[in-house]
Each structure stands twice: as structure tokens, then as C-alpha cells.
Design a protein around this ligand. Structure first.
Ligand code: MZP
Length: 503
């Protein structure tokens, strides 16, 4: 007969934190959210740490290079999705590693004979208000001038007129030459009181634009995650099928961390892949999973020798694995069980293995509880899919703006390597993920600002200045169904929820 675990499978929303003594030093400005990603011996430091406890899900609708750049700039780490050809994944990794902070390749370019109406259309499409004009409208064409939204009046000027009549011509633009350093470019912008500096090569072709706003942005992002060569740090998902070809290409592209991406990671396939990589590339960080119990954690820690282990099966916002296959475990129960085993393993061996809580975090409170329960960092899909930097287009549905978000186990993603169900390139026999939409919420920086402020505030309530201290100090209580209901407002009509505001 089956072994029955004598415990109900629980989720994060069933718990609350009991505050601990807040001392004078417990202020948000003193809190560090730096956490380890690679395993380390007690007393030593981790070979890879991140400055905020967030990584992106290895998913088509989440983790492209734009997301990786945006998140690394905030201190987190993206795992570029692996359900794509090896060459394109390696190109995305390379784009992040070669991203020259401050030097931007222009995406919105004009020809001199484009009309002002073309400019208005392009601005709506891209959101860019500064557009260089090149002879052929390409990003590396011969530079002729620049047009900004200050150069014409959309509702006054004749929109059929050509760009050449309104642009600031090359002879009147402050320019930089290829080879100029970012410091010199910013100094030029400051001295000449300009917002944008086009950088040209010796033939007069446009190479980059340098913007004053990027300098300001850089000063506002002190948590950027950089490697020892001052390049942004990036991760990549891999599977247990083509790793012999994929991993060398990713390493060549400069990847910093790999993550074996499987819905159920308790397998000999993960062990074989991890050991193969470890033997050839001893310095690269390798994580894997997903697991939900102590046997699977032990296997990946001891046999596969992984650097970090991901916890979570069936909890993802787009996931239907639990209803399709009856596999999974409540995320809080899974995390608490694995975290206790991780701590036991650390006592026995002196080696600390970071845990990543993956999937199903539907609000900031759940993120906080997951950290308290021993997760070192979170992997999130929906949270990042909703931001401007996810690789999907905006769509308007019923007057609201959404972005598409689909599971890797959906027929849209066809990530058959992630699921052990006898599927192949041709498709799934049954889907484990859905295809849907999520509302657009703003930039990665904007959403993280709110989440990180909440985490820091709670850490102060809990008398903690580091994530480790927070988990060690945390005292949690299970709540009744009634206290869950009463957890929101009570006996008050909410201006936001109950009384429609006049617009
Ligand atoms: P969430 O943050 O959107 O709730 O969940 C993201 C996580 O769901 C991913 O990191 C991955 O582990 C998991 N996932 C991705 N696709 C599927 C699926 O199609 C899935 N079932 O479960």
C-alpha cells in the first residue's frame, strides 16, 4: 500500500508572521537582500550571490535578453529560456554579456523622406521620442540628423511633411566618435546641455546613442549585478536532452549560471547532465529541480552535486500538472520539508545549498512567507511576464492592456524536453500548462521597488537585517479559515473595491 504522508499539503497564504523585537538598527536602509545562489562551505562565501532574491522563470513569455538586462540592473538574475534553438539562446546570453551600459543601439530610426505621420506612428509603437535619421533608415546608416518630439507639434504641423524639414541636421548636432568612453560621453552631454549623444564611426555611420536619462538611471540603480569584468550577470535554462551541444555554446557566450529545467527533477537524467557539465566546466554554477520532498532534495544534493535546488511542482500560475497528473505538493509544505532537510544536510556536511522557491507566488506576502520558510531566492514567471520588459507584445482586451503569458507545458510553447510524458517535437499528448493573458503593470524596476520595500519593512518587523537572519528569526503561525477571511478589511466599504470611483 502507498505510504501516506501524515500531513496536509499547505500553501503560503495559510501562515502569518509574528513580529520579533525591532531594535534601533532595524531600518530599511540597513537591510541587505543579498543571497547566495551557489552552494558553499560554512565560513566561506558563495561563488555567486545576487543582490535581490529574485530570478526569472525559464519561460518563453518571460526571459529574453531585455528582461535579463533589466533584472540584472536591479540586482537579480534571469534564466534565458531554453525552449528555443541553441544558437538563438546563446545569442540572447551574448547580448546580455556584451550589453554596454549607456551605449544603446537605436531601435527607432527614420529616413529623411519619412513623414511626420510615420514618426507619430513609430512613437506609438515603440514609445521612443528621440529618433536618429540615417540615409536608409537603418540603425547603422549614414547619420543625417536627429528628430525629437520637441521638433514638431503633432496637432499643429502638417503631418504629411518630410522629416528632413524638421530634424536637427548633423552639422548642428553634438556628436561623439567611436572609442569615446562612457565617462567622456556623459561629460560631453553635461557640458553641452544635451539629452542625447549620437556616436559615429569614421565613415559617419551611426553606432550608438548615449542618453542623459540612462546616466541618471544608472546612478539610481546601485544594486546592479555585475561580474568581475563589470558585465551584467546572466543565467540560462538547459534541458537533459541536448546539454552536450547546448552547454558549450552557452559557456562560449559567457553564461554565469545554468539551471536544469524540468517539471520533475528527481531523475537520473538530471544527475547525468549535472555530472557531465561539472566534469567539463567546474566553475559554472548549476542548479536544478524541481523537487517537493526530502528524498529528491538529497538525490540532487548528493548524487547530482547541484549548486542550488528548486522547489515546487504544480503550483505555477499557468500550471495544470496537478489536475492532469495528480503530482505535486502544497508549496509551503514542500518548501518547509526541503528547507529542514537542507539545514540537516548542512549540519552533517558543512555545505549550505541555496533553495529556490519556484512558482505560484501570487502576491508580495507569499514571497515574504517563502523567504521566512527558508527559500534563499524566488523564481517567478507571472510576476515578470506582466512587466514592460517581458518579450511579448501588449494587447488591448476590453479597454485594458495585457500581455500574453503561457506555460512551457502548453502546446504553444511545446517545451517537450521539460516534461517526461513521451512527448516530442511534434507536440504533447496532453498539455500541462495553459495559454492566457496577464495585465501589464509597468517596468521591472517599478514593480520590484514596491516588493522590495515590503520585504525590507517586514524584515525590520522581524528584527532582521539579512535574509538568513530573517529565516532564522521567523516565527510563523497557521491561521484558521475565518482569520484568512478577516485578514482583509472588515465592515468597511473600500473606496477601491466596493464603491466605483467616478472617472
Ligand atoms: P508562476 O511564477 O507563473 O506562478 O510560475 C512559474 C513557474 O511555473 C516556472 O518557473 C515553472 O517552474 C512552472 N511552469 C512553467 N510552465 C509550466 C506549465 O506549463 C509550469 N505547466 O508549471
Amino acid at each position: 500500500m502507498a505510504r501516506i504522508i501524515d500531513e496536509v499539503s499547505r500553501t503560503f497564504s495559510e501562515y502569518l508572521l509574528i513580529p520579533r523585537l525591532t531594535r534601533a538598527e532595524h531600518q530599511s536602509k540597513n537591510v541587505s537582500l543579498r543571497v547566495p545562489v551557489a552552494k558553499f562551505k560554512k565560513g566561506e562565501s558563495s561563488a555567486l550571490t545576487i543582490n535581490i532574491p529574485f530570478v526569472t522563470a525559464t519561460m518563453q513569455a518571460v526571459s529574453g535578453s531585455e528582461m535579463a538586462i533589466a533584472l540584472a540592473r536591479q540586482g537579480g538574475l534571469a534564466f534565458i529560456y531554453c525552449s528555443q534553438p541553441i544558437e538563438s539562446q546563446a545569442a540572447m546570453v551574448n547580448k546580455v554579456k556584451t550589453h554596454k551600459a549607456g551605449f544603446v543601439q537605436s531601435d527607432s530610426n527614420l529616413r529623411p523622406d519619412n513623414t511626420l505621420q510615420d514618426v507619430v506612428n513609430k512613437r506609438k509603437e515603440t514609445g521612443h521620442s528621440t529618433m536618429p535619421v540615417t540615409h536608409d533608415g537603418s540603425k547603422n546608416g549614414i547619420f543625417l540628423g536627429i528628430l525629437t518630439d520637441k521638433d514638431f507639434w503633432e496637432f499643429e504641423d502638417d503631418l504629411s511633411r518630410p522629416v528632413s524639414e524638421f530634424m536637427t541636421a548633423k552639422e548642428n548636432v553634438v556628436l561623439g566618435d567611436t572609442g569615446i568612453s562612457l565617462l567622456e560621453a556623459n561629460q560631453l552631454l553635461q557640458k553641452r546641455k544635451k539629452e542625447c549623444l549620437p556616436v559615429l564611426d569614421s565613415e559617419g555611420r551611426l553606432q550608438f546613442l548615449v542618453f542623459k536619462k540612462d546616466y541618471v538611471d544608472h546612478r539610481n540603480n546601485p544594486s546592479e549585478l555585475l561580474d568581475s569584468h563589470k558585465r551584467l550577470v546572466v543565467g540560462a535554462g538547459i534541458n537533459t536532452h541536448d546539454y552536450r551541444e547546448r552547454v558549450p555554446a552557452l559557456i562560449e557566450a559567457g553564461v554565469d549560471a545554468l539551471c536544469l529545467d524540468a517539471s520533475d527533477g528527481y531523475s537520473e537524467f538530471q544527475k547525468e547532465a549535472a555530472l557531465w557539465i561539472r566534469e567539463r566546466y567546474p566553475d559554472v554554477v548549476i542548479g536544478g529541480g524541481n523537487v517537493v520532498d526530502i528524498d529528491a532534495f538529497r538525490y540532487l544534493a548528493e548524487e547530482a552535486q547541484l549548486d542550488f535546488v528548486k522547489v515546487g511542482i504544480g503550483g505555477g500560475s499557468i500550471c495544470i500538472t496537478r489536475e492532469q497528473k495528480g503530482i505535486g505538493r502544497g508549496q509551503a509544505s514542500a518548501l518547509m520539508a526541503v528547507a529542514a532537510e537542507r539545514d540537516k544536510y548542512c549540519k552533517e556536511t558543512g555545505i549550505y545549498i541555496p533553495l529556490c522557491s519556484d512558482g505560484g507566488l501570487s502576491n508580495d506576502t507569499q514571497i515574504i512567507i517563502a523567504l521566512a520558510m527558508g527559500a534563499d531566492f524566488m523564481m517567478m514567471g507571472r510576476y515578470f511576464a506582466m512587466t514592460d520588459e517581458s518579450p511579448t507584445p501588449r494587447v488591448s482586451i476590453g479597454g485594458r492592456i495585457y500581455k500574453p503569458y503561457w506555460g512551457e507545458g502548453s502546446n504553444r510553447a511545446k517545451n517537450w524536453q521539460r516534461y517526461n510524458q513521451g512527448a516530442s517535437e511534434t507536440g504533447f499528448k496532453f498539455e500541462e500548462g495553459i495559454d492566457g493573458y496577464v495585465p501589464v503593470v509597468g517596468s521591472v524596476k517599478e514593480v520590484l521597488d514596491v516588493t522590495l520595500s515590503k520585504i525590507k519593512a517586514v524584515m525590520c518587523n522581524m528584527g532582521s537585517l539579512t535574509v538568513k537572519e530573517f529565516a532564522d528569526n521567523a516565527v510563523l503561525t497557521r491561521i484558521s479559515e475565518q482569520s484568512f477571511i478577516e485578514g482583509g478589511t472588515s465592515n468597511v466599504l473600500s473606496l477601491d473595491k466596493d464603491i466605483p470611483r467616478e472617472v
